[in-house]
Design a protein around this ligand. Structure first.
Ligand code: C2E
Ligand code: MG
Ligand code: MG
Ligand code: MG
Length: 285
């Protein structure tokens, strides 16, 4: 299975990963219209699908949330991963219909899990900066909640630091509206962007997701101290800290010792198909 092969290669290093993903990479020379047609067709024909990566509480090791991650089963290119099409979709706002599709799927899935009687596990969705900027995000979220009737508390919006620097005032306002609906907000890939601590204090966010680059360098003493400080600081600001990309038991132990609240990564689980995640719900709760 391609997905599995990709993940294996990814774990063995960057070069292998690039080698494996090369043949599924979208041809950069493809004309804009063609990419747009591709995406429109993909939405119509259900070529996109979602995988879910569980997030675990570091003290209890129980699953407490999951992140929806998009995959594209392209008819001729095979599996296309988000790093090979999201940036391009952001350039021409195709990311908006894609995200509307993601929100709809996540809504249906949450509803299905609620009906089946699983414990309410919030699901997070990644939102691109231009979706905040275009101003349809609040409306799109409301439409989805109305259609599915899910509890807004079951939805987490992940935004990156890039969103804040785009248009601070608009971002603050949008977050305020999303919070009024009852959603939780997370800052994704924290530490990789240009945001400053002053932004962090201005935004009503609930969760800080520490980027995996920090987790991968915990053996470096300076970096480890920085991580420890970020966790303390976030707690002082009443934020929950989620570490991304935990791959080893050592990383898990250090982060737990630093008081980091939750974690996501191959050490716990790779992203899963929804029925596989159901099995995790059943086994860990
Ligand atoms: P992200 O939101 O930071 O998601 C985490 C990424 O790290 C995922 O890659 C996940 O599969 C990967 N990962 C999880 N555990 C580990 C680990 O232990 N080690 C390593 N090395 N990686 C790990 P993925 O699914 O390829 O997604 C890449 C990025 O694409 C995401 O980063 C997110 O920014 C974007 N993305 C994914 N789905 C969507 C979507 O539906 N909409 C938008 N706008 N962006 C998306
Ligand atoms: Mg994310
Ligand atoms: Mg992330
Ligand atoms: Mg990341």
């Amino acid at each position: 299975h391609v997905d599995q092969a990709l993940y294996k290669a990814k774990q063995f290093g960057r070069n292998n990963y690039q080698f494996c993903s090369h043949n599924v990479k979208l041809d950069k020379a493809e004309a804009f219209v063609s990419f747009e047609d591709n995406v429109q067709r993909a939405i119509r024909n259900n070529e996109f699908y979602l995988v879910y990566q569980p997030k675990f509480n570091l003290s209890t090791k129980r699953v407490e949330a999951a992140e929806a991650l998009i995959r594209w089963a392209h008819p001729t290119k095979g599996l296309v991963v988000p790093n090979d099409f999201i940036a391009r979709a952001e350039e021409n706002d195709l990311i908006i219909p894609i995200t509307q599709w993601v929100l709809e799927q996540v809504g249906k899935q949450i509803k299905e899990w609620q009906v089946a009687g699983f414990k309410d596990i919030p699901i997070s969705v990644n939102i691109s900066p231009n979706h905040f900027e275009k101003g349809t995000l609040v409306e799109d979220v409301l439409t989805m909640i109305e259609k599915t009737g899910i509890n807004p508390k079951s939805l987490i919006i992940e935004m990156t630091e890039r969103t804040m620097v785009h248009d601070v005032e608009k971002t603050i306002e949008t977050i305020k509206q999303l919070k009024e609906i009852g959603l939780k907000m997370a800052i994704d890939d924290f530490g990789t962007g240009y945001s400053s601590l002053s932004y962090l204090m201005k935004l009503q966010v609930d969760i800080l997701k520490l980027d995996k680059s920090f987790v991968q360098e915990l053996t470096d003493q300076k970096n480890a101290s920085l991580v420890h400080s970020i966790v303390s600081l976030a707690h002082h600001l009443n934020l929950c800290v989620v570490a991304e990309g935990i791959e080893t038991e050592d990383q898990y132990n250090i982060l737990k010792q630093y008081g980091c609240d939750s974690g996501q990564g191959y050490f716990f689980s790779k992203p899963l198909m929804s029925d596989q995640l159901e099995r995790v719900f059943l086994s860990k709760i």
